[in-house]
Write a protein that binds this ligand. Sequence first.
Ligand SMILES: [Zn+2]
Length: 363
Amino acid sequence: MMIIAASILGLVALGAVAWGLWGDLARGRARCPSCWYSLEGAGPTCPECGTRSEGRERHRARRRWWMVAAGAMMACGAVYLGAGRERLVAWAYRLVPAWWVEQRVAAGTTGEYEVVVLANIRPDWMGMPRRVEIRHRGSTVFAMEAAHPQVGTYGMPPEVTAPPGLGVRTDLNRNGAPDVWISDPSPGTGAIGEQYLFDLEEGASSPSVRPACVIPHVGWFEDVDGDGQLEFVAVDNTFAYWWTPGYANPYVKVVLEVQSRGWRVRADLTRRVVNPALVGESGVNEAELAKVAAACVANQEKDFGLWVSVPLRTAVELCYAGERERAWAFLRAVWPARFEGEKPVERAIAEIEGKVGEGLVGR
Ligand SMILES: [Zn+2]
């Protein structure tokens, strides 16, 4: 229906423009260029309005510009009717470039490589909002789509100092080549995210960007043991969005170290970062554990999802300390009786054991 109305309006618009431009040609007649009075047989002065004219001036076509303008406006209306507002906006955005450079970072040690983050500005764009490109002397050699990519950094706590060139020219996976580290965390709670590492080959005849690995955890690179090599401190997402709302997820830190077959948990280093107040070098701090248990008992009136966050986190921390039986004993001691119908503690422990098997915990 709209398309018929738009077509009719379009034809009328076309007619108006044509009539305005070519509807009144001179066709050999001499006319006053000011008031269009016929000057056949008249002198240089128009007998109607007194305008003087001569030669070609007297044989001009009469253009009705108001009619052309009206036709053009009707044409706009026809396009609006036919295409609709959304499509018009989309067409308008097509006139400007879709991808805008958001960030440029020099990568590697020789100046050959550059990492560029581009953002799509089109409101009708349905794909990922950003694209990361690794360029070699100006030409793109690798591109990936991403949500919120960050180059060479992500979420490092303020007390952790990044070594110079971290994530753009340091060797993070210990194979001799400088690495580009691209982080793509999920928005919101930041429990979910991936780390991508790329090895750059420098000084070669052709560019080489090798995807090295994906670490499927949020986290950052840090020299935890002070040996000059960087480990990866991961947030354990084993329990992210499990029983708890996102913001109450028990994010326990884990230290990963690259080995020949991928990234593995360094249990000895994990004890240092997991929760120094609860798990020290000499084992579990009994006074701290008793304090946490008392708080869990005091908070028993909370909803399950909010209440379980702290006990779950404490249980995971105990697992990392190598104290799995202590973890279950702790849960049995603090578990409210009112959850026994819906979520009995023994079933909860069995579920956690299942998650421990598939997650990072206790590996
Ligand atoms: Zn005249």
